[in-house]
Design a protein around this ligand. Sequence first.
Ligand code: BG6
Length: 484
Amino acid sequence: MSFPKEFLWGGATAANQFEGAYKEGGRGLSMMDITTAGSLDQSRLVTYKFEDGKVGRGKVIPKDAKGAVLPGQYYPNHIGVDFYHHYKEDIALLADMGFKVFRMSISWSRIFPHGDEIQPNQKGLAFYHSVFQELKKYDIEPLVTISHYETPLYLEEHYGGWSNRKMIDFYVHFAKTLFKEYKNEVKYWLTFNEINTTIMFLELSQESNDQAYQNAYQQLHYQYVASAKAVYEGHQINSQFEIGCMICGIVSYPLTSDPKDILANRYAWEKNIFYSGDVQCKGSYPSFAKRLWQEHHVELDITESDLSDLKKGTVDLYTFSYYMSSVITTHDNDEKVGGNFSMGVKNPYLNYSQWQWADDPLGLQYYLEMIYDRYHLPLMVVENGLGAIDKLEKDGKVHDPYRIDYMREHIKAMEVAIDHGVNLIGYTSWGCIDLVSAGTGQMSKRYGLIYVDRDDQGNGTLARYKKDSFYWYKNVIHSNGQDL
Ligand code: BG6
């Protein structure tokens, strides 16, 4: 029992949480640049301004207002952990760990500051050339997410973001620009990060009325078409490209053996996981889509040419994030759990992190086997890890045995799945270098194998320190997963 020789070990990041330099090199603003810091209760809000000068904060930019960076507010994503100026040092650290692959995303507004331009920003393109050259120096394969939660702000304000069909063309132009520019430097691409969260977020929100579902399913449809067109175009530009979907992989279980719970859980899988997976891997909407739409009286703008685009642009890889599992029930149960996507009620058999995320390595094995059986595509775990509070000791060490335990058990689960016949080709642990949390905006929710000196208020030197998990993971990679 062992990992394949060419298994892609590595780590993952996203530009908006990592790169910083939000105003440098001709970059435009993105939605994340107007998002303030949150806290454990996750109150991250966007800031905006009306024409009469009134300012506010909310979940979305209200009609007639413009997103704004306001004095006196703290926006952690502006600096991230400043990969923009640290990339050489950071990549050298990743190389020291023996990384085979590094997942990163490209900041859309660094390439197209508004998002609707024809000509790309050359300085933006040059920055990523430098990053790819540096990775090449150490034989680290880049894995690039084209869109990771950071639509250019201008597109949100002037076009209404993904509610507008025009976004398909803007996105495809962006993707084609990247494919042409980096066709000899990047082989692995992901179209949209956690595309399925558009619906999952809604399921968790209080404002989930029919209109909200109508908007969410429509936005998702435009993203599916954009993704499929990008996959098709990518293959025309370089037939060697491997282009994947990226799904937020939350396993759910029924709480009881009551058939109602079993059915509710099955429907949760369909809505949260298979709906997106089927469209992107099989090229058409699944039969249960009609039931989902009817549930909320959704009527979609779908054209014949959309349907043919979906068929022509199926993905080569299925990639996903996996952090936790959840429990679904139709029964009354007060033990609700919180967290970005953690749904349902508490699982009495599992331990929970400080952010209420269930630690469930077997869930990863379950997910891998279930998904491989459904799609028969190569799989990659492109996010996994434990968000925890770490302590930098006076001697510059960080002792994080909890993170090592978490990763060890998840890697063991992957090995079992491989042994059971699953074609798993890689693993990138999330936030391999500490970065800003997407859900809460905290720095103190750390995932890294490398510690970054920066706190929730933006204090710190940004110096990097190797945690105990750094040395452990280095050994795991060196032994190809045998020395755990
Ligand atoms: C994934 C996202 O959902 O979870 C990442 O793709 C995110 O961007 C990660 O950072 C962990 O979530 P959080 O809220 O702990 O940062």
